[in-house]
Design a protein around this ligand. Structure first.
Ligand code: NAD
Length: 257
C-alpha cells in the first residue's frame, strides 16, 4: 500500500540509539520517502548523527525538551529550511531512576514534576510551534508513545504510569484543540520492548518475560511493527482517527487472566 508520504516532512524526537522506538519509526518514515529532522539530547549526539546518515536526514538538531530555547530553535530551523511540516513523532520520556523502583508512596515532589514535565508536558510544548507549520501544509499528524501503565498499576512503573496517564489526556485535549486545523494527535501503546529507557524500570525483565508468555500472540513487539503503525497513522489513510490510544501490544491489554 502506498502511504502517500513520499516527499513529506517529519520531525522525530527521542532517538538515543539503534534500539530506540523513535529509530524504528524514523526508518519506517524514511522508507516511505519522507524527509526527516532528527533531534537528540546532548549526550546522544554522536549516536544520533551516525543513525541520521543512514536515513539521509537533512536536519539533525539538539532538543532537550526541558529547554524552551532549544525547542524554539528547532522549529525556527524547520520553518527556515522547509516552511512546512507534515508529521511530528514524540517518542521520549524520563523519570529519575529512584522513582522507577520501590514503593510509589515514596515518590518525591521533584521526581513527580520532572517525570510529568519531560514525559507529558513536552508533547504540548512541541505541538504548539509545530501546529502553524502543519496548518501551512494543509494537514498534520502528531504521534506519541504511551504504555498500559497509564491505566493499570504496574510494579516499578510508578510515577511513569502517572506521566503516561497525563500524556494520554494531553493527546485528547490537543486533538480537540488542533482538529479544526486538520491536525490529528494520536498515541501508540506497545508492550514492553528492550530499550535504554526500559532498562531503568525496576523489574522490567520480568514484565517483558510475562508479556511474551501470556500475550495472545505469545511474543512481544518487534520494532518494525511499531514503525509500520506509526507510518500508517502519519498518513492520509488514517485521516479519520484522532485523540486515540492505539494499542499494538501483541494482544495483552484485553486479556482477563
Ligand atoms: P529510549 O531510551 O530509546 O528513548 C527515550 C528517549 O527519551 C531518549 O532518546 C532520550 O534522549 C529521550 N529523552 C529523555 N529525556 C529527554 C529530554 N529532557 N529531552 C529530550 N529527549 C529526552 O527508549 P524507548 O523505549 O524507545 O522510549 C521511547 C518512548 O516509548 C517513551 O515515551 C517510552 O515511555 C515509550 N514506551 C516504551 C516502551 C518500552 O517497553 N520500551 C513501551 C511503551 C512505551
Amino acid at each position: 500500500m502506498d502511504l502517500g508520504l513520499s516527499g513529506k516532512r517529519a520531525i522525530v524526537l527521542g532517538i538515543a540509539n539503534h534500539r530506540s522506538i523513535a529509530w524504528a519509526i524514523a526508518q519506517a518514515l524514511a522508507a516511505e520517502g519522507m524527509q526527516l529532522c532528527l533531534t537528540y539530547q546532548e549526550r546522544m549526539e554522536d549516536a544520533v548523527r551516525q543513525l541520521a546518515a543512514k536515513v539521509d536526514a537533512p536536519l539533525v538538531l539538539p532538543c532537550d525538551v526541558q529547554r524552551d530555547e532549544e525547542i524554539d530553535a528547532v522549529f525556527q530551523t524547520i520553518e527556515r529550511e522547509w516552511g512546512t511540516l507534515d508529521v511530528l513523532v514524540h517518542s521520549l520520556a524520563f523519570a529519575p531512576r529512584e522513582a522507577l523502583a520501590g514503593d510509589f508512596l515514596n515518590t518525591s515532589r521533584e521526581a513527580f514534576q520532572t517525570a510529568l514535565d519531560i514525559s507529558a508536558y513536552s508533547l504540548v510544548a512541541v505541538s504548539r510551534p509545530a501546529a502553524p507549520l502543519m496548518e501551512r501544509a494543509g494537514a498534520g499528524s502528531i504521534l506519541t508513545m504511551t504504555y498500559l501503565g497509564s491505566e493499570r498499576a504496574m510494579p516499578g512503573y510508578n510515577v511513569m504510569g502517572v506521566a503516561k496517564a497525563a500524556l494520554e489526556a494531553c493527546v485528547r485535549y490537543l486533538a480537540a484543540s488542533l482538529g479544526p486545523r486538520n491536525i490529528r494527535v494520536n498515541a501508540i501503546s506497545p508492550g514492553p520492548m528492550q530499550t535504554l529507557a526500559a532498562r531503568g524500570i525496576q523489574g522490567f525483565q520480568g514484565m517483558h518475560r510475562h508479556a511474551s508468555e501470556v500475550s495472545a500472540l505469545r511474543r512481544v513487539n518487534d520494532p518494525d511493527e511499531i514503525g509500520a503503525l506509526a507510518a500508517f497513522l502519519a498518513s492520509h489513510h488514517a485521516r479519520g482517527t484522532t485523540g486515540e490510544v492505539h494499542y499494538m501490544d501483541c494482544g495483552y491489554r484485553f486479556l482477563g487472566i
